[in-house]
Design a protein around this ligand. Structure first.
Ligand code: X2X
Length: 336
């Protein structure tokens, strides 16, 4: 039996050890996002920070830097900055990280995921696990999924209901070269630019159109910069990933790693449910502002699918044949 004195010594040593471990913790961890708190994306990050603070009783503090400010507005640099330790954590879009993690282009394949059940079948299944492994292999620890949403097409010129309507239209596209290929296949004239540059370019008419989820169109008031036409084509959706730089991750105790992960899972689930539930009201608000909303018939939809098939041919080898097949099978077998 241990004497009281030795017990005290053990207790003191434990205290020392745990304070030594805590001493490695930063006073504050940086969390990068593109969109701030007015958007579901920013709210996902807010929720994560709040849950971690609460559950760690204030030991782990995170501060959000939105508008990609930690990478001077260039959202395609976020992943590299996290990998190199310049950014500790992020809630990032699969699109913005795909230049460094080619597997993430999976979600950008046009018309791969027809509905929410298809997104969930991929993220919550084997394909989702394989994508997380790909992220981890490149220096970042993924913890949970969130959602930016199905990206719909807007423009200032005409109601788009078939691929030929896009002929020659200048469309702002996001960070992965895959989007250049999709819009080129449709006959449009795509220009890649950051979110920071998108609204000014729409305002001056440097571009005619853009694609983003309804929540982004609504909150950023894209209708106010002449985007009068909106086509609901659901051609892709970008999940969000809650993640921590591997270097920072390794400094947390196993308990705190579990805490950070569970808080991310809970925040992600909360945000996905919330943003899906808000969608109908958001669409109504957009219509109420006088935006022409075009929905596609099955035939019109299929014309877009056929026009973009070449993207699969070029990008499947880059994403990984097995991963694409796995995702397609998950979608085909999804629960409705
Ligand atoms: O830049 C965009 O369009 C945005 C905000 O949706 C992303 O960061 C992918």
């Amino acid at each position: 039996m241990l004497k009281f004195g030795s017990l005290m010594a053990v207790a003191a040593a434990t205290l020392l050890l745990s304070s030594a471990a805590n001493a490695q913790y930063k006073d504050e961890y940086t969390v990068s996002t593109v969109l701030p708190s007015a958007f579901p994306w920013g709210q996902a990050a807010d929720k994560w920070v709040e849950l971690v603070k609460e559950r760690s009783e204030g030991r782990i503090n995170m501060k959000i830097y939105s508008n990609s400010q930690l990478v001077s507005g260039d959202q395609t640099k976020e992943f590299s900055a996290m990998r190199s330790g310049l950014i500790d954590m992020a809630v990032g879009s699969t699109i913005n990280w795909s230049p460094q993690v080619p597997e993430l282009n999976l979600f950008s394949l046009p018309f791969l995921m027809p509905d929410n059940a298809a997104i969930d079948a991929i993220t919550q299944g084997e394909a989702g696990k394989a994508v997380f492994k790909a992220i981890e292999k490149r220096g970042v620890t993924p913890l949970a999924w969130g959602e930016n949403g199905f990206r719909e097409l807007s423009n200032s010129k005409l109601a788009i209901s078939e691929p030929s309507d896009l002929e020659g239209l200048k469309i702002r596209v996001v960070g992965s070269p895959l989007f250049q290929d999709t819009f080129t296949a449709l006959g449009a004239n795509p220009t890649q630019m950051s979110w920071a540059d998108a609204k000014p370019a729409l305002t001056t008419g440097a571009v005619d159109g853009q694609e983003n989820p309804l929540s982004v169109f609504d909150v950023a008031r894209i209708d106010q910069v002449g985007q009068e036409h909106l086509t609901l084509w659901h051609y892709m959706a970008d999940p969000l990933v809650f993640a921590v730089s591997n270097r920072v991750w390794a400094q947390f105790s196993a308990e705190d790693q579990a805490l950070l992960k569970q808080a991310a899972v809970d925040a992600g689930q909360w945000e996905i449910e919330k943003s899906r539930a808000e969608l109908a009201d958001t669409l109504q608000a957009i219509k109420d502002r006088g935006v022409t909303v075009t929905e596609l018939t099955r035939e019109q939809h299929d014309a877009f699918v056929n026009a973009t098939l070449s993207v699969y041919k070029k990008w499947t080898p880059r994403i990984g044949e097995d991963l694409v097949k796995q995702a397609q099978a998950a979608v085909a077998n999804r629960k409705q």
